[in-house]
Design a protein around this ligand. Structure first.
Ligand code: DLL
Length: 432
């Protein structure tokens, strides 16, 4: 069993005491071992002995993805290569990947963090769990792999893709748990239905993450696959998965606060916001040696609840990520999160949970086309019903977003399916 009760139910005062001690330590570590941080901290006049309380973290300058890129590949590593036992990387849309390194100790802590989270989600040594995240430089698969092995679950490392075989094994092994992105789980469900084997699966738990998924979409996936799904959050720069995850209560994702110090800031001004505000998540890694991060700007938008959870855990809970500050679409000056659109669409039974957002600009005005797939093509035969459906979707989108959209209903199964993170936004504007 991997409920670290003495740690996961500590009082807030104790959590903060540990965080402060570790914060001082990591600042000193960065000063001593990483020239980049030494320069940054010295310029900002920050040193470990100046940190007297947790709020003093605010004097440390932010670290951004650009800093990691500028020091590519190993410039932010805190240990020589001989002490690094693993490298992962995440591919960006442009240029070089973001490279991260782990010491043996980092891998141990990563496995612990993951083990806590999968236990909280309800996994146990009785489970057979298929990992359908891509194995490789991506942190998702190996992160979950180590955590699940640690709690004694039977891990089946299928990786992503080869969906028919994936489903065959799921049926033959009577797999009880699935690890994947929500969009791949959705695809697996659809294909298992087509293969006529959906009722022969024995899934009970979905450990999903790595991309956003509204409650409505999660509900659909749970219904199709007959499982209970939890959300898992993390990013390569901070460790990979294991930063936070939902327990069975599903009232937020517990942050492993003994290893991560979280803040919420205004993404535009960089100002730290009061507790309970919604804004950009900033994380300081408190124990990482390979590549520690001081006040890393995640760009992910969420809010944090510090009240203890009904499950007994006291680690703060972050809301499901609302979107990324750089994913937020500005349409004719109005902020639109793709998750708001997904929530509206999922309420209509006549459409399948597959959509695409296409943004164009004509005559200096932005247009948002929402392409939605029909649940089945029978509807195509009745033009009046189709028009009526389109009008209802259009109306609800306008109510929620406050802007005009063009709704296009497209044939069943005509939109792309995804085996990893979904790419549902096609922004064709030159200057966003
Ligand atoms: O996606 C790590 C991970 C793997 C997390 C598996 C959970 C499960 P990256 O590829 O570096 O790392 O992408 C990190 O993905 O900044 C978020 O924008 C997004 N993201 C990750 N988890 C969630 C989630 C992994 N649960 C970026 N909900 C992050 C919404 C998520 N977005």
């Amino acid at each position: 069993m991997f409920f670290q009760k003495d740690i996961e139910t500590m009082s807030r005062a104790k959590i903060e005491e540990i965080q402060l001690e570790r914060l001082k330590h990591i600042v000193q570590y960065c000063m001593d071992n990483i020239p980049f941080y030494n320069k940054r901290l010295t310029e900002a006049g920050v040193s470990a002995d100046k940190i007297k309380c947790l709020e003093d973290v605010q004097y440390i300058p932010y670290t951004t993805k650009a800093d990691i890129r500028d020091t590519y590949p190993f410039g932010l590593f805190g240990k020589p290569i001989k002490d690094i036992v693993r490298i992962h990387a995440s591919s960006g849309t442009t240029g070089k990947p973001t490279v991260v390194g782990y010491t043996k100790n980092d891998i141990e802590i990563w496995s612990d963090c993951m083990a806590r989270i999968v236990m909280a989600a309800g996994a146990s040594d009785e489970d057979i769990i298929q990992i359908a995240f891509g194995y490789g430089l991506f942190t998702g698969a190996l992160g979950l792999h180590y955590g699940l092995e640690k709690i004694g679950a039977t891990v089946v490392p299928t990786s992503s893709g080869n969906t028919e075989k994936q489903i065959m094994l799921m049926q033959d092994f009577q797999t009880t748990g699935l690890v994947s992105t929500p969009s791949y789980a959705q695809y697996i469900g659809e294909m298992a239905k087509d293969m006529g084997v959906i009722d022969k699966l024995n899934l009970k738990l979905g450990l999903f993450g790595s991309e956003g998924c509204t409650e409505e979409m999660r509900g659909q996936i749970e219904k199709t696959l007959g499982l209970f799904a939890t959300d898992n959050y993390g990013m390569s720069e901070l460790m990979g998965p294991g930063v936070s995850g939902e327990c069975r209560e599903r009232t937020g994702l517990h942050i492993n606060e003994d290893h991560f110090l979280a803040e919420i800031i205004d993404p535009n001004t960089g100002e730290v916001l009061p507790k309970g505000s919604t804004g950009e998540l900033v994380i300081t890694t408190l124990t990482k040696e390979g590549i520690p991060m001081l006040r890393y700007r995640t760009k992910d938008i969420t809010k944090i609840n510090y009240e203890p959870c009904r499950c007994g855990r006291t680690f703060a809970r972050m809301d499901k990520v609302k979107g990324r500050s750089d994913d937020m679409l500005k349409i004719r000056g109005v902020n639109v999160f793709p998750s708001q659109i997904e929530s509206v669409l999922m309420k209509f039974d006549e459409i399948a949970p597959h959509y695409q957002l296409v943004i164009t600009r004509k005559d200096f005005s932005d247009r948002l086309e929402v392409k939605v797939e029909l649940a089945d093509d029978g509807l195509l035969e009745n033009f009046a019903d189709l028009e009526n459906l389109r009008d209802r979707i259009h109306h609800d989108l306008k109510t929620v977003l406050g802007i005009e959209t063009k709704v296009s209903l497209v044939e069943h199964k005509s939109l792309e399916r995804f085996q990893g993170k979904a790419k549902r936004i096609i922004d064709l504007r030159d200057n966003k």
